[in-house]
Design a protein around this ligand. Structure first.
Ligand code: PLP
Length: 425
């Protein structure tokens, strides 16, 4: 690993032993990179150019290290460049990069078997992203109804504040104005309902309803943990009315909550589940898991992907699962989550005019703020900590699941420094 350049920004706390000459500057201003870029302008100004990652730290072009509690938005679950993932990727890269699903891809069946053994599912379709996993889930549910002679059942119930990706079907599923504006007409058949309102769900089910999609913990929607009783009520409604229950665990799955899958804490099983993000630990791979019954309509030729289940992604995902599915690893996520939550509670009690509450579970935590979350994210960054804004004026704290207690301590100190910078309302 090449040694990074010293910080150009000034003095700050030592980041880690590998980067002894890297310092976090006392203040960082938001810099806009790539204003002259040919990259399409769908993203806002970038905070800095990320050029290297190591464990829980992300380094900018000047060699300044930041404690990365974004994890690439819940993706780099084992930290940056985890040696086991690097080894798995390198080993696979020596033999086969791509062959397509015309052929049996090395490791695909093994990875599918691992996912099924750890979950409710019997079958897996591999994708490259979360949105594609959701597309597959939606198609699987509609096809299920079609296959059993109920082709009129195409409507899918979803929940306000939910997020399922950026394809046409997934923005229609979420139904939020900010996602769909200017992209119409939307694919038909998605109905958004208030989260937590069982009666509204029951009332919305009609002869055309096929399925219900829900994130067990809303991520983009502001780290809202859906109560187990609500998930259980949805399960019962699905069973009564012949609907499929789809869990979107793209963000909350793969050990982030201290359970391999978030819904396992609620003990409510879906028929279909979408995964991505943490599954590849930074290598793009997603998956749509289903029971045999739920995917009965997904017959040869009904769906496909050129890259889905690519040998490189499969090799890395197997290495990720080998690590994160270990009971000890999961227990440590829970323990570290509790430590972090206790530290956040202390900060909240010192800054009640800024922090309204703490949300989430495991290492998927959020601060519900009274002051603007963008201001908080910038202040945390200037203190050396990277966080992610979310809906409902929340700041997400999504450390790598391998984060150490010392790094959690360091993050809490950075948050204290950030809070001290924020003008009290
Ligand atoms: N579903 C959830 C819950 C997500 O958080 C996301 C992305 O943030 C997606 C789906 C879409 O995933 P991707 O961006 O990989 O398409």
């Amino acid at each position: 690993m090449s040694s990074p350049q010293p910080s150009l920004h000034g003095e700050g706390p030592l980041r880690d032993e590998n980067v002894a000459d890297n310092h976090v500057p006392e203040t960082r201003v938001m810099e806009t990179h790539g204003t002259e870029t040919h990259v399409m302008g769908t993203y806002g100004p970038r905070a800095f150019a990320a050029v290297r990652g190591a464990g829980s730290y992300l380094y900018d072009a000047e060699g300044c290290g930041y404690l990365d509690f974004t994890s690439g938005i819940a993706v780099t679950s084992l930290g940056h460049c985890h040696p086991k993932l690097v080894a798995a990727l390198n080993a696979q890269a020596q033999s086969l990069w791509h062959a397509s699903n015309l052929f049996d891809i090395p490791g695909q069946s093994d990875l599918a078997a691992m996912l099924c053994n750890y979950s409710f599912a019997d079958k897996v379709f591999f994708t490259n992203s979360g949105a594609e996993a959701l597309e597959c889930a939606i198609k699987t549910a509609r096809r299920y109804q079609h296959h059993k002679g109920c082709a009129e059942r195409y409507k899918i119930l979803t929940f306000e504040g939910g997020f399922h990706g950026r394809t046409l079907a997934t923005i229609a599923a979420a139904g939020q104005a900010k996602l769909i504006d200017g992209f119409g007409p939307m694919p038909e058949g998605f109905v958004q309902l208030p989260l937590g309102d069982v009666e509204a769900v029951a009332a919305a089910i009609d002869a055309q309803t096929a399925a219900i999609i829900i994130e067990p913990i809303l991520g983009e929607g502001g780290i809202q943990v859906v109560p187990a009783a609500f998930l259980s009520a949805l399960r019962a409604l699905c069973d009564t009315h012949g609907l499929l229950l789809i869990f979107d665990e793209v963000q909350c799955g793969i050990a982030r909550t201290g359970h391999l899958f978030a819904h396992q804490a609620a003990d409510v099983m879906p028929d279909i589940m979408a995964l991505a993000k943490g599954l590849g630990g930074g290598f793009p791979i997603g998956a749509c898991l289903a029971t045999s019954g739920a995917c009965a309509g997904m017959t040869p030729g009904s769906h496909g992907s050129t890259f889905g289940g690519n040998p490189l992604g499969v090799a890395v995902a197997k290495a990720v699962l080998d690590e994160v599915a270990e009971p000890r690893f999961l227990a440590e996520v829970t323990e570290k989550g509790e430590v972090m939550r206790a530290g956040l509670a202390q900060l909240a009690s010192h800054y009640p005019t800024v922090i309204e509450g703490i949300r989430g579970t495991g290492l998927m935590l959020g601060l519900k703020l009274k002051t603007p979350n963008a201001q908080f994210v910038a202040a945390a960054r200037s203190a050396g900590l990277l966080t992610v804004p979310a809906g409902d004026n929340v700041v997400r704290l999504l450390p790598p699941l391998t984060v150490s207690l010392a790094e959690i301590d360091e993050a809490l100190s950075a948050l204290a420094a950030a809070l001290a910078q924020i003008p009290q309302p």
